[in-house]
Design a protein around this ligand. Structure first.
Ligand code: AMP
Ligand code: FE
Ligand code: FE
Ligand code: ZN
Length: 291
């Protein structure tokens, strides 16, 4: 039996692989984290746990601890709200059904967006599939990669600032549960919910204090404050709210491989915070490295 201790090295609790919209396979994501000198990462693909097994296998070999996680898509009125979920039971029927529903809705929505875009640009659904790993959670990043491959955009970020921006007229929403429903599902599956990047640029707070109180009552455990897309003013306010509601504070990169400028370990989480998340969870356990 491996001793159940976290290895030395930084802790990054928000990363994506090709199971959703990251550009590296789960195993290569773990290799990149080891190369970056991290000791622990959470794999948090959008609406999918398909990366847990391959990432876990590689973590054991690379001497990293892996925290199984997910970034659940939710929606508050019109705003997309991302809910990080850690150490839940991946076979929980409620969460399995809901994530399947979201992934299906994302697929339909992406096809409809491509249909609309194809009226003005040479772009087919096959072009998007060519940028998507089999079974991956499909999102705008895959459409962005197809737009880049077809020469309509220079980079993913360029596509997001242009053709994929809601102002461009091709954007469509997809089904997602409310943040409160998301938290309830995560808690019911023995997981620990942490609100992802709650103060992203230009959007003020995606949830206000009154709504946050509702989420805390539903079981919200933490706020991801140290994230490059939270504004400086937003972070100050979030620290006040974390204190007020007794929430833990995490810091993470939101690494997407080459799909975003975010670098592994650029923000980190304190080991005591991770220990509290582990102690709270009942759905699954970290994957510790083989000594
Ligand atoms: P979707 O959920 O399909 O609407 O797409 C949102 C996803 O696109 C987020 O999860 C981000 O990972 C990614 N994303 C958002 N903005 C950008 C950007 N400017 N550059 C690259 N990826 C982005
Ligand atoms: Fe993403
Ligand atoms: Fe996110
Ligand atoms: Zn993310």
């Amino acid at each position: 039996m491996a001793p159940e201790v976290l290895p030395p090295g930084g802790i990054d609790l928000h990363t994506h692989s090709s199971v959703s919209d990251g550009t590296e396979t789960p195993a290569n994501l773990v290799r990149a984290a080891a190369a970056a000198g991290l000791g622990t990462i959470a794999i948090t693909d959008h609406d999918s746990t398909a990366g847990w097994e391959p990432a876990g296998r590689q973590a054991k070999k690379s001497g990293l601890a892996l925290i199984p996680g997910m970034e659940l898509s939710t929606r508050h009125v019109h705003a997309s709200v991302h809910m990080l979920a850690y150490l839940f039971d991946p076979n929980d029927a409620g969460l399995v059904a809901e994530t399947a529903r979201i992934r299906n809705a994302r697929l339909t929505r992406a096809e409809e967006m491509v249909q609309a875009i194809s009226a003005d640009y040479d772009l087919s659904w096959d072009d998007v599939l060519a940028q998507t790993s089999e079974g991956a959670t499909v999102g705008r990043p895959h459409i962005a990669d197809a737009l880049v491959a077809k020469g309509h955009s220079l980079t993913r970020s360029d596509a997001f600032a242009g053709i994929l921006h809601w102002r461009a007229g091709y954007f469509l929403p997809h089904y997602a549960p409310t943040p409160k429903q998301g938290i309830e599902l995560i808690v019911a599956a023995g997981g620990v919910p942490v609100l992802a990047h709650p103060a992203t640029r230009g959007r003020e707070f995606i949830v206000g204090e009154a709504e946050l109180r509702v989420l805390v009552d539903a079981g919200l455990f933490g706020l991801e404050i140290e994230h490059r897309e939270n504004t400086d003013d937003g972070k100050v306010r979030l620290y006040e709210l974390a204190e007020k509601f007794g929430l833990v504070v995490t810091g993470s990169s939101d690494y997407h491989g080459e799909g975003k400028p975010n670098r592994l370990g650029e923000n980190r989480t304190h080991p005591e915070v991770l220990e509290r998340i582990i102690a709270r969870a009942t759905g699954s356990t970290p994957i510790y490295p083989t000594p």
